[in-house]
Structures are given as structure tokens and as C-alpha cells.
Ligand binder design. Structure first.
Ligand code: PLP
Length: 367
């Protein structure tokens, strides 16, 4: 490891990348992996068959570059989102991580600033550094909430070129009100701030939680980012997308790599979208398990945050690292997000949730 580091340091690496750590959520071979907020339900058989058929068809044309405009996929994504959106409002990339990177390539960059409100998704600072965008860590209240007044004041203070609002927020799990999004957008009017609402977990929200899709009309600098990695159980396919004014898609066309979405990716996503009913059927079950975790943690004397996502952030442990290790010894992998006294657990299948709660109860009882 030290030898690798010495070799890395000997390379003419960009100065601002020296000493940085790459994204690295542990990928361990454990019985119950609940650490990266995947959808742990297997791909349903009818969706599997549809993907295989669509990809088999696409394989005959792999000698050619894929449709650079992925028109059919943008049409299906628009139909899925609704809200009067058309293909011209949609854009897709290899996961919403690439979506966010393309947004920063187009609207961030040297001399420009990204503001977000921590704790939030750990990739945001890495995406900022990779695109040479200055990263400003805005503040939240002690309970990790964010009021419209505080968010707007921080926008006026920092004058960011781009704001990332994560809703529901990773790792804390709670969604932001529409009033926060509109307050941030209005506060950024003077600086022409681009406001991105990262809704990677939107499908898991409690009924009645608003999506920023309803706010797109008349807001040309608002972008709503989504993914098929979570609710659609397609993390391995790498398909993220955004909805925005058509000119935002034109802006990212300037920075995307040619043919960035492979024919295999497009075929997989199309087949999945055409079977969205089957895939999304598991969302309800995951929400039940999520609420069961909140209930179970409360019963065990821990402090779970309210969650609109497929994971639960919880505190109330004196030694969260010790708890993380003890759970791992039982074959249950959760996420230590680096906030003392807190851990984050993904809501899995009923059996996985039971394994997590049983292990936790055993550890807490000292058995
Ligand atoms: C808030 C948030 N946004 C974006 C992503 C990226 O997801 P993907 O690149 O798989 O679409 C994640 C993944 O965990 C996330 O938690």
C-alpha cells in the first residue's frame, strides 16, 4: 500500500488531487450487505427476461456506435416521470454520478463554486475536485434539517455557481420541502445559480412528499436528477438521468463524451422502463421494511431519523465504530458515514431487515 502511494506520488499528478482518497464504500462478501443503499431485491424474472431479449437484439448492432441521442430512452424516461415532460427535457448518463459530473463540467469548473449542505452525499466534494470546482460545505441545523431562510442566506453569502440539494438527503434520509428549493432558486437569481435537486431516492418518499419536478416550469436553471440504481433495482446497469429545460441538455451535450451511453446500457434501461410496474412493486415492500427499522431502532433505545428513502440514519450509540464491527461479525454490513455516534443502514428484504434488527438487539443486550 505504502509502495503504491510512493509510486502515485512520483507521478505528475495534479497538485489538488495529491493526498485525496477515492470513493470507496467497502464491497465485502457478507451475507447481509446493507451499506450502499442498493435495492437488495433481486431483479424480477419477467424484467430479467425482457432485458436479456432487448440486449440480445442490441448485440447484433454492436459493430456500430449507439444512438448518441438515446431518443427512445429519453422518451420512455419522460413518460415515466410525467409532469408534462417530453424527451427534450430529459438527459441520461452512466449513473447519476455521471449526471452530476456533467453538470459540474458544464456549469462549474475553475473559478466557480459548488455549494451544498453537509452532511450530504459523499461524492459531491469528489465531483467538485475532479472538475476543479471550489467546494463550499454549507451548514444544516443541529438536527440536520435545513430551513428555507438558512439555505437562502447561505446562497446569498457564498454566491455559488451551482447548488446541490439532496432530497431525500443521503445520509440523513429526510426530504426537503419545496419551499427550500424555491428559496434557494430565488436567492441564486442574482448570480444565475444552477440549482440541482438530487432525487436519487424520490420513489421511496412518504405519500404527499413533493418532488421538485413540479417546480421545473418557468425555472430554466433548475435541474432534477434521478437514477435507476435505487427504486428500479438497476445499480449494476449504471443509468442516471435528469429533467430540466431543454437548453440544459444542450449545455451538457458540450461536455459529454461521444456515445457515452452504450447500446447495452440503453437496451437494458429501455427494457426495465417498459416493465417498471414489476420493478417498482418492490418499492412498497422496502418502505415497509424502512418503517420497521425506524420502529425497531426506537424500541431498542436508539435514535433513528425520519426517513423518506430506502435507508435509515440512526444515532444514540456511544461507540458507533464498535457497533459497526460487531454487526459485521454477524455478517451484517452497514455504513459508517463518519459522523460520530451514527450509522446508516439500507432497508433490505424482510429477511435482511430481520437479520439486522436481531443482530443489533443481541449486541445491545451484550449477549
Ligand atoms: C444522493 C445520491 N445521489 C446519487 C447517487 C449515485 O447513484 P448512481 O450513480 O448509481 O445513479 C447516490 C448513490 O448512492 C446517492 O446516494
Amino acid at each position: 500500500m505504502t509502495q503504491n502511494l510512493d509510486r502515485l506520488n512520483a507521478l505528475p499528478l495534479r497538485d489538488d488531487l495529491r493526498g485525496r482518497t477515492p470513493y470507496g464504500a467497502p464491497q465485502l462478501d457478507v451475507a447481509v450487505a446493507l451499506n450502499t443503499n442498493e435495492n437488495t431485491h433481486p431483479v424480477p424474472a419477467d424484467v430479467h427476461a425482457a432485458i436479456v431479449e432487448e440486449v440480445t437484439g442490441a448485440a447484433w448492432a454492436l459493430n456500430r456506435y449507439p444512438d448518441r441521442e438515446f431518443t427512445a430512452l429519453r422518451e420512455e424516461l419522460a413518460a415515466y416521470l410525467g409532469h408534462g415532460l417530453g424527451a427534450e427535457n430529459l438527459w441520461a448518463a452512466n449513473g447519476s454520478n455521471e449526471i452530476l459530473q456533467q453538470i459540474l463540467q458544464a456549469f462549474g469548473g475553475p473559478g466557480r463554486t459548488l455549494l451544498t449542505f453537509v452532511p450530504t452525499y459523499s461524492m459531491y466534494p469528489l465531483l467538485a475536485s475532479g472538475t476543479h470546482t471550489a467546494f463550499v460545505a454549507g451548514e444544516r441545523a443541529a438536527d440536520f434539517g435545513l430551513s428555507p431562510e438558512s439555505a437562502a442566506e447561505q446562497v446569498r453569502r457564498h454566491r455559488p455557481d451551482v447548488v446541490f440539494l439532496c432530497s431525500p438527503n443521503n445520509p440523513t434520509g429526510t426530504a426537503l420541502g419545496a419551499d427550500v428549493v424555491t428559496a434557494v432558486y430565488e436567492a441564486g437569481e442574482e448570480f444565475r445559480t444552477v440549482v440541482v435537486v438530487d432525487e436519487a431516492y424520490a420513489e421511496f418518499s412518504h405519500g404527499g412528499t413533493p418532488t421538485a419536478l413540479t417546480l421545473l416550469e418557468g425555472r430554466p436553471r433548475l435541474i432534477v436528477s434521478r437514477t435507476m440504481s435505487k427504486a428500479f433495482a438497476l445499480a449494476g446497469a449504471r443509468l442516471g438521468y435528469f429533467a430540466a429545460a431543454p437548453e440544459v441538455a444542450d449545455a451538457v451535450r458540450l461536455v459529454r463524451l461521444p456515445y457515452h451511453l452504450s447500446a447495452v446500457t440503453q437496451a437494458t434501461a429501455l427494457a426495465a422502463l417498459r416493465h417498471s410496474g414489476s420493478l417498482l412493486a418492490n418499492v412498497e415492500d422496502i418502505k415497509v421494511q424502512r418503517d420497521r427499522i425506524v420502529e425497531g431502532l426506537t424500541r431498542l433505545g436508539l435514535e433513528p431519523a425520519a426517513s423518506d428513502s430506502n435507508f435509515v440514519f440512526f444515532g444514540g450509540m456511544a461507540d458507533s465504530r464498535g457497533m459497526w464491527e460487531a454487526l459485521l461479525e454477524d455478517g451484517v454490513l452497514v455504513r459508517d458515514v463518519g459522523i460520530p455516534g451514527h450509522l446508516r443502514v439500507t432497508a433490505g428484504t424482510e429477511a435482511e431487515t430481520t437479520a439486522f434488527l436481531t443482530s443489533l438487539e443481541r449486541i445491545l443486550s451484550g449477549a
